[in-house]
Write a protein that binds this ligand. Structure first.
Ligand SMILES: Nc1ncnc2c1ncn2[C@@H]1O[C@H](COP(=O)(O)OP(=O)(O)OP(=O)(O)O)[C@@H](O)[C@H]1O
Ligand SMILES: [Mg+2]
Length: 381
């Protein structure tokens, strides 16, 4: 086992004139579980197929430990993959499909039987071991495909949307079991998903991808507390982070932002703290166009005790939706600004009523409106 290194990995398909994967740099530690998360078409499967050897690299290199693998045939790489389209062998039974690579690798038959049984139990498919793929549902075929990858001892396991066809309850159950199995066997895993709950539940770190570009590769906590750019800020977290156009505003030794105001009203100013504590950056000049980021559940309804680490704001209620376990509350802050707030309990407020809000400085993020790059995170001040 060894760590996996992708260096400047890029892909342009023949007859296409654009990068579908662009200069991806990534290092996955030995025994680490990583999820590759992004929207449909962003280049996740292409990345996995290059690592497994089913697509050539247009640029870059891939190593496992000190072994360069990008020029090797798939079978020489010691990489196991569960394919997005399953790719099962129709004339072989489920048992034979799962056992196939072990038998080819000359694993003794008794051991093969025991290992097949173990992954079949893990994935709840013992009852179909004697069936043939064409007679199975999509969810069953998907679990067979996953079993075929998990049963192998390989340097790296690549799982392409391994649970996308399963109903939510089974998915939640298997997710926890699979995680235990991966950890117990110290498997190094790169798992593709577009479900962020799944990525967070399974992985040690998450690689967020958009348009073939790796946007950020970090722990769940860092993706939430320190999103690297506007894309990650808006993509990670449900409901999404509020991202409000604003301008940097210096006032004496303080740094803050002003939000656009309605005609005839004062601009709303939010204080971010002492500018001496903020690293000097071009994007933090007075008047610079920024987006202010605030996660909906970090806003508190009602004024906070006086102090200088928070901002008290006044708005009016636009909507109040009880979701059964939490409330989604929209608040007009004057001008075009609508802020979404999430609270755990029900809130007794009706439309148009005045609302006081408390926005702790630690909950505020600033992004450069032009480049999208993060300028500061309140949690770091
Ligand atoms: N063999 C191919 N030839 C040409 N273009 C391709 C080929 N395979 C994929 N593409 C294009 O490359 C881009 C990335 O595709 P890819 O399958 O890697 O996306 P993905 O992130 O896995 O998406 P999904 O979540 O839908 O599976 C897409 O625009 C796709 O149309
Ligand atoms: Mg895909």
């Amino acid at each position: 086992m060894a760590c996996v290194t992708l260096r400047n990995v890029s892909k342009i398909y023949d007859r296409a004139d654009r990068y579908v994967v662009k200069s991806v740099n990534m290092q996955i530690g030995d025994g680490e579980i990583v999820s590759l998360l992004g929207s449909s078409g962003c280049g996740k499967t292409s990345t996995l197929r290059m690592i497994a050897g089913f697509e050539t690299l247009s640029e870059g290199s891939i190593r496992i430990g000190d072994r360069a693998i990008d020029q090797l045939a798939p079978a020489e790489r010691n990489v196991a993959m569960a394919f997005e389209g399953y790719a099962l062998y129709p004339p072989l039974s489920v048992h034979e499909n799962i056992a196939f690579s072990l038998l080819r690798g000359k694993t003794p038959r008794e051991q093969v039987r025991a290992r097949v049984r173990q992954v079949a139990e893990l994935l709840e498919i013992t009852d179909i071991l004697d069936s043939y793929p064409p007679t199975l549902s999509g969810g069953q075929q998907q679990r067979v495909s996953l079993a075929r990858a998990l049963v192998r001892h390989a340097d790296l396991h690549l799982l392409d949307e391994p649970m996308s066809q399963l109903e939510p309850q089974l998915r939640a159950l298997l997710r926890a079991r699979i995680k235990d199995y991966l950890v117990a066997h110290r498997m190094t895993v790169l798992c593709v998903t577009h479900d962020q709950t799944e990525a967070m539940a399974l992985s040690d770190r998450i690689a967020v991808m958009s348009d073939g570009v790796l946007q950020q590769f970090a722990t769940t906590e860092d993706l939430k507390e320190r999103p690297a750019n506007l894309f990650v800020a808006g993509f990670i977290g449900e409901p999404a982070m509020n991202l409000l156009p604003a301008r940097v505003s210096h006032r004496g030794s303080r740094i803050g932002v002003v939000l656009p105001a309605a005609a005839g009203t004062d601009a709303l100013r939010l204080d971010l703290g002492d500018s001496a504590r903020v690293p000097a950056a071009d994007g933090l000049r007075d008047g610079h166009a920024v987006h202010l980021g605030v996660r909906p559940h970090k806003v508190r309804i009602g004024a906070a005790p006086a102090g200088d680490n928070t901002n008290t704001l006044h708005g009016t209620l636009a909507f109040n939706q009880w979701q059964g376990d939490q409330s989604h509350i929209g608040i007009h802050l004057g001008g075009p600004t609508l802020l979404l707030v999430v609270t755990d309990g029900a809130v007794d407020l009706s439309e148009h009523s005045p609302v006081t809000l408390d926005l702790p400085q630690t909950a505020l993020h600033l992004f450069d409106s032009h480049s999208g790059r993060a300028l500061l995170h309140g949690a770091d001040l």
